[in-house]
Design a protein around this ligand. Structure first.
Ligand code: 13P
Length: 240
């Protein structure tokens, strides 16, 4: 399996900015034959990015979706619409959705099932808060999120991607050490019925990407802040 470098732009970059950013990134990053690079813009920039990356090796992902395919859900977006725009991946249960928007493990599970049914590859995020780590609850939290998120789809774990994103490392500049990340990944792996690809996320930067990617347990990264700058994201994509 090729390593995965995914850039989650969160609520940044309107369509025009997204288009020029991808053009700059493509010029800097080159061919990238032995890795998968996924761009995850805001919903409104998906058409622009989809158009620019057509016939390239870049892949498209979305940051969230609803668990129903259609219906009276004002303000929500169906995974079917994302597929129609060329998305192959969708992030499910990002910590910002769990902790700011109140998404529960049950909602995450419903979204996971729908994503698989409609043929999107879900990237399910799990990870503990700082207080939970300090209280020695890291494994209990991750275990609950993995078990509840994959309830009744345990046997399809090989079709999904997991992302371990410790909440205390997101946007803080505090990266988990490669050892901490590897330990969490090994624990997640031990809870899965089928082998999944597991990404690390949380303050991944040009200066720590090479060390993180040397860990066998880390099969790729989900990058936030550093994916917004073409030079820094190109450097991450070109990890050694
Ligand atoms: P940062 O890279 O900004 O810490 O964000 C990580 C993240 O949340 C990716 O989904």
């Amino acid at each position: 399996m090729e390593p995965i470098i995914a850039g989650n732009w969160k609520m940044h970059k309107e369509p025009g900015e997204s288009r020029s950013f991808v053009q700059e990134l493509m010029a800097l990053a080159g061919e990238m034959r032995d890795r998968i690079t996924i761009l995850i813009p805001a919903f409104t920039s998906l058409p622009a990015v989809s158009e620019v990356i057509r016939n390239t090796r870049f892949k498209l992902g979305a940051q969230n979706m609803h668990w129903e395919r259609s219906g009276a859900y004002t303000g929500e977006v169906s995974g079917m619409f994302l597929k129609a725009l060329g998305c192959e991946y969708v992030v499910i249960g990002h910590s910002e959705r769990r902790h700011i928007m109140g998404e529960t493990d049950e909602m995450v599970n419903r979204k996971m099932k729908t994503a698989l049914e409609i043929g999107l590859i879900p990237i399910m995020c799990v990870g503990e808060k700082e207080a939970e780590r300090d209280a020695g609850k890291t494994e209990a939290v991750i275990e609950r999120q993995v078990e509840q998120g994959l309830k009744s789809i345990e046997n399809e774990a090989h079709k999904i991607i997991l992302a371990y994103e410790p909440v205390w490392a997101i946007g803080t500049g505090k990266t988990a050490t490669p050892e901490q990340a590897a330990a969490a990944h090994a624990f997640i792996r031990s809870r899965l019925k089928k082998p999944s690809t597991i990404l690390y996320g949380g303050s991944v930067k040009p200066d720590n990407i090479d060390t993180l990617m040397k860990e066998k347990e880390i099969q790729g990264v989900l990058v936030g802040g550093a994916s917004l700058d073409a030079e820094s994201f190109a450097r991450i994509v070109k990890f050694q």
